[in-house]
Ligand binder design. Structure first.
Ligand code: SF4
Length: 250
């Protein structure tokens, strides 16, 4: 089986057999600890597109609330395609970037409508390459958002990298710290174990929210610590602080 994400992003590398195996172990442990929870995402790809558009660079509670307000006012794709920017802006203002997002949402709704009587079915019938290209063509939808829709709603083995995934990958030592988001996505694409994208992505998101948080990660509570470069350094510096550099009690 080939790696779908690497193929879609046109990443070719020989790097990583060790990391593919290690990420498989990471996925096992994440599933054992957290299961594979749904994170509020939608099975209908049309709804998911707008949900994901509102989630970019926005706090959890805010984008859930703005999506709920948008859907309450415009429950159908037809209504959204006919909406005015001011009407959409009023629903999504709390999430920020409301001017740009409102334009993108209306244009995306019109493009989806052009797929025919059932855009949901049309998206489900497209090939992986076809749907990826269609989604990336929608205003306000980049490769990461497209991969999210494919993974959450179309159940394809696509592996999106969000801020949690990127941060934990750097701490585990899979890639250097300080990469751009695009670099991280391309680095990790060929390393995601085939068939495990959803488990790995969701597990890392939950882990990044609960344990491997941006500041002061809770390494003492982490079940990935033996696999983690940052966690091992933390353990060593605590040991040295406790017993001194020569191994004697200070
Ligand atoms: S050991 Fe610490 S840095 Fe490493 S994954 Fe766990 S919480 Fe994150």
């Amino acid at each position: 089986m080939s790696n779908l994400t690497a193929m879609l992003l046109r990443v070719r590398t020989r790097r990583g057999r060790v990391w593919i195996a290690r990420l498989s172990v990471v996925a096992d442990r994440l599933v054992a600890r957290y299961g594979v929870p749904r994170l509020g995402n939608y099975r209908d790809p049309v709804r998911e597109i707008f949900y994901i558009m509102l989630s970019a660079r926005t706090a959890d509670a805010q984008y859930r609330a703005t999506y709920a307000a948008l859907h309450a006012r415009y429950a159908t794709l037809e209504a959204l395609a006919k909406a005015t920017p001011a009407g959409v802006r009023a629903c999504i203002r709390a999430g920020g970037l409301a001017n740009t997002r409102s334009r993108h949402i209306i244009l995306a709704a019109r493009k989806l409508q052009a797929l025919g009587t059932s855009p949901t079915t049309a998206l489900r019938r497209m090939s992986a390459v076809g749907v990826f290209e269609f989604l990336c063509d929608l205003p306000g939808v980049g490769p990461k958002s497209a991969l999210c829709v494919m993974m959450y709603s179309l159940r394809m083995d696509a592996f999106p990298v969000d801020v949690n995934v990127q941060r934990i990958a750097a701490r585990l030592g899979i890639h250097p710290a300080g990469l751009t988001h695009g670099q991280s996505q391309r680095w990790l694409a060929p390393l995601a174990p085939v068939g495990r994208s959803l488990e790995l992505h969701v597990g890392l998101v939950v882990h990044g929210r609960k344990i491997c948080v941006p500041r002061n990660p809770k390494c003492g509570e982490c079940h990935l610590r033996d696999l983690c470069a940052f966690g091992k350094r933390q353990t060593e510096s605590h040991r040295v602080a406790r017993v001194g550099p020569q191994g004697f009690e200070p």
